[in-house]
Design a protein around this ligand. Structure first.
Ligand code: C2E
Ligand code: MG
Ligand code: MG
Ligand code: MG
Length: 293
């Protein structure tokens, strides 16, 4: 009986593995043509300045809508693109699209910046900063309007190469954000040596604020806010979903906030409606409407 159970388990495992492999192969194949078929688009999530809540910037987030596979989340297709050697193609699309959109917002007189995520893989390219500068120039966008977000996970790789790339970006006038800070990869010591302008606190540090688990220890986010401020960085708290979190972080001295409380990622024309508002106070969200164009 035990043997039979074991065999059954192996078969279940094989089945799960087969399904996983099948989806992976399918996704990879479809992803190769996704840019050319126009299946990729950017949505933008507002970043607000505290305490007044004005939208000072947006983060561009990539979306893939496939006719058969539906909407594939970036947490699934970005790692795949990295492994399949497609990330440079996707990254180039994101950069062009974001700069194109930013140039239109600038022409319309909106005083905003746009943040774009870069994969650690893309930073292997020694010409990365030059390519960014070229794209900015091509769209007549002043470099200081662009923020390049690099995940803290990149620090686990070649730190010297990372420092070189970020230094080159800043030399080109682009601002650099360290994304997902506190998710566990870099040390506090490394933060001091990394050439960054902005620190984005990972939402896993924000989530416990205002819940029972945070009652017994000072929220870690607090400590990170102080650290960032002491280093002269602009600190952005990610993933704020509740008014209580907003209040705690504001009191801790956090200058910028991002999260569903202030607005979910949304199409360009929806987010630009928020730019004009002097104040963008938290309000009730209709989540179903959010990413619809
Ligand atoms: P990220 O750069 O840390 O982006 C923030 C993620 O947190 C986004 O997920 C956003 O929708 C989500 N988020 C923001 N506020 C809240 C909140 O209040 N609650 C919850 N539950 N989630 C919130 P998204 O768009 O699914 O992207 C996931 C990750 O995929 C990004 O994390 C980034 O690492 C990667 N990614 C997205 N777009 C791109 C891209 O164009 N290029 C690259 N290389 N990576 C990208
Ligand atoms: Mg990001
Ligand atoms: Mg982030
Ligand atoms: Mg994150």
């Amino acid at each position: 009986f035990a043997k039979q159970r074991g065999k059954q388990r192996v078969e279940q495992y094989d089945l799960a593995y087969d399904q996983w492999l099948h989806r992976r192969t399918d996704l990879e194949h479809e992803l190769r043509g996704a840019v050319d078929r126009g299946e990729l688009m950017l949505v933008y999530q507002p970043i607000v300045r505290l305490p007044e809540g004005r939208v000072t910037g947006v983060e561009a987030l990539l979306r893939w809508h496939h006719p058969r596979l539906g909407t594939v989340p970036p947490d699934e297709f970005i790692p795949l693109a990295e492994e399949a050697g497609l990330i440079n193609r996707l990254g180039a699309f994101v950069l062009h699209e974001a700069c194109h959109q930013l140039s239109r917002w600038i022409v319309d007189g909106h005083d905003v910046h746009v943040a774009v995520n870069v994969s650690p893989r893309e930073l292997h390219d020694p010409e990365y900063a030059r390519r960014v500068a070229d794209v900015l120039h091509g769209h007549r966008v002043p470099p200081e309007r662009l923020v390049i977000e690099v995940t803290e996970h990149a620090v686990a790789q070649d730190v010297q190469q990372l420092v070189d790339r970020l230094t080159a970006l800043r030399a080109a006038g682009v601002r650099v954000a360290l994304d997902d800070f506190g998710s566990g990869y870099s040390s506090l010591g490394q933060l001091r040596t990394l050439p960054v302008d902005i620190l984005k606190i990972d939402r896993t540090l924000v989530a416990p604020i205002g819940t029972g688990s945070a009652r017994f220890a000072p929220p870690l986010a607090d400590v990170v806010v102080q650290l960032g401020n002491r280093l002269g960085l602009d600190v952005v708290a990610e993933g704020i979903t509740e008014v209580g979190q907003h209040r705690v972080l504001e009191e801790a001295g956090c200058r910028y906030a991002q999260g569903d409380l202030f607005g979910r990622p949304m199409p360009a024309e929806r987010v630009e409606a928020l730019f004009r508002a002097v104040e963008a106070p938290p309000r009730e969200r209709d989540t179903e409407l959010d990413e619809s164009a």
